[in-house]
Design a protein around this ligand. Structure first.
Ligand code: ATP
Length: 450
């Protein structure tokens, strides 16, 4: 993990948040390369679950919502985590995370009560990860929502929250989307956006942050068809992960045995991160709970009228939710490699070409080839993001591109000036082929489409 963190910093993928002020815990800033990769992750997800998914529609709801939303959803009453304080260094941790990390994801903390967690921590003598002492307070529940207030009068009256999940923006727009699109159940509503949680536990880089992006999809269906759709989404979610480059051996389903009172079934897909098996995404059969609660709290009917049968019902919801930051981290862990070459170690990110920040790096061999190089760069960036580099030895330039996962390097040489052909080097095999400039875009486009 340290190697990935260092690479991310050195090559402009991810920096510590507020670094010049000594940083701020569990916040990270995406740099020029990182923002491209993360945008690609989000675009690919959107393409799969909205654009190419029949009867799915996107929304972009406000982050700040009427506080009643969070009363209805149950977040104000029970969006809590079990926290413990180290009495020695005064650091605060989540008891469930301490156990998960200690057991490398092998213990199912969802099944444990607070008493059982305290007992496990005592029996295994799990020390404070910060100061190494063993001197814990008992577990207490803490609400994880960030509060702020609106306006200047009575703070309690004007208390609002930064959303801890994007899903509620999809639920409260169920009727708007259904009516404006004339969608028939079953249909889906998806959203990508920021969510905020007052996470205390140190985050394992971008795995656990206080501000992160979620990609969530709610599938509204009729009771009775929910079981089949739940299984469908398990498969779709898994297929998406493998399509963008995750080895299926590094993924596993974790079916929840302890369910929320409203849920019919729930599972995570876990990824084998360097720190152990941990949740990458969740799939939940939430029954009609969310829409029924919003009906109750808002006083607005959430009934759907089936035009074929004239039946009125509140749809069931299959929720599929994945963090863009956690997914990007999994993709980097999967792709990072150190290859032993004759005289050096080559660091290379074997990231899927569709996800890579730049698809092509344009590298003129000599300075007097820069004009030609610039022309080629300008024509290629109309198709996909490219990088241009004409400084330093060609070997070093290749290595830089390998480290950020650029799948192809186009080299401009003397022959290019004579016959408009270039060499195209493949990141993974390091093999080079010669091809006409006019064919680069279609060659690369073929490889970056999933
Ligand atoms: P965890 O148990 O790891 O705290 P969760 O079960 O609370 O996660 P959900 O509420 O199901 O997570 O959120 C859906 C997805 O959002 C998660 O699968 C994860 O990918 C992402 N996510 C949740 N919390 C965070 C966080 N603090 N930082 C980054 N991503 C997160």
């Amino acid at each position: 993990m340290d190697k990935i963190v260092n690479l991310c910093k050195g090559r402009g993928l991810i920096f510590q948040g507020s670094e010049v002020y000594g940083g701020m815990g569990n916040t990270w800033d995406y740099g020029p390369v990182g923002v491209e990769i993360k945008n690609n992750v989000k675009k690919l997800w959107w393409k799969k679950f909205v654009t190419e998914s029949e009867n799915s529609f996107g929304v972009d709801a406000a982050i700040l919502m009427n506080s009643k939303v969070w009363e209805a959803s149950g977040h104000i009453a029970s969006f809590t985590d079990p926290k413990m304080d180290c009495k020695k260094c005064k650091s605060r941790f989540r008891a469930d995370n301490l156990i998960e990390e200690y057991s490398k994801g092998e213990i199912d903390v969802d099944l444990m009560s607070n008493d059982e967690m305290e007992k496990y921590i005592a029996e295994h003598k799990i020390n404070c990860p910060r100061c190494g002492n063993f001197d814990w307070t008992p577990i207490r529940q803490f609400n994880m929502m960030f509060e702020t207030s609106r306006g200047v009068t009575d703070e309690n009256q004007n208390r609002i929250y930064l959303r801890p999940e994007t899903a509620q923006g999809e639920f409260v727009n169920f009727l708007n989307v259904q009516r404006s699109t004339r969608a028939k159940v079953p249909f889906g509503i998806a959203q990508i956006g920021k969510a905020f949680r007052n996470e205390i536990t140190p985050g394992n880089f971008t795995f656990r942050t206080i501000e992160f992006e979620q990609m969530e999809h709610q599938w509204f269906c009729k009771e009775g068809s929910d079981g089949e759709f739940y299984n469908d989404y398990k498969k779709k979610a898994h297929d998406f992960l493998t399509a963008i480059g995750i080895n299926p051996e590094h993924l596993r389903f974790h079916d929840h045995e302890k369910l929320a009172h409203y849920a019919k079934s729930a599972c995570d897909i876990q990824y084998l991160y360097p720190f152990g098996w941990s949740e990458l995404n969740g799939i939940h059969n939430r029954t009609d709970y969310d829409l029924a609660r919003h009906q109750e709290f808002s006083g607005k009917s959430m009934l759907y009228l089936d035009p074929m049968t004239n039946e009125k019902f509140i749809p069931y919801v299959i929720e599929y939710s994945i963090g863009a930051d956690r997914l990007m981290l999994a993709l980097m862990c999967e792709a990072y490699d150190e290859e032993q070459l004759e005289n050096e170690t080559r660091v290379v990110l074997h990231i899927h070409p569709a996800v890579a920040a730049y698809k092509v790096a344009v590298l003129p061999l000599q300075k007097n080839m820069s004009d030609k190089g610039r022309d080629i760069y300008r024509s290629l960036v109309k198709h996909f993001a490219c990088s241009y580099d004409d400084a330093g030895s060609i070997g070093k330039r290749y290595r830089r591109q390998d480290e950020i996962g650029t799948p192809y390097c186009v080299t401009i040489d003397f022959e290019t000036l004579e016959n408009d052909s270039v060499t195209l080097r493949d990141r993974d095999s390091m093999e080079q082929i010669r091809l006409p400039i006019s064919e680069i875009a279609s060659y690369v486009n073929d490889k970056i489409t999933i």
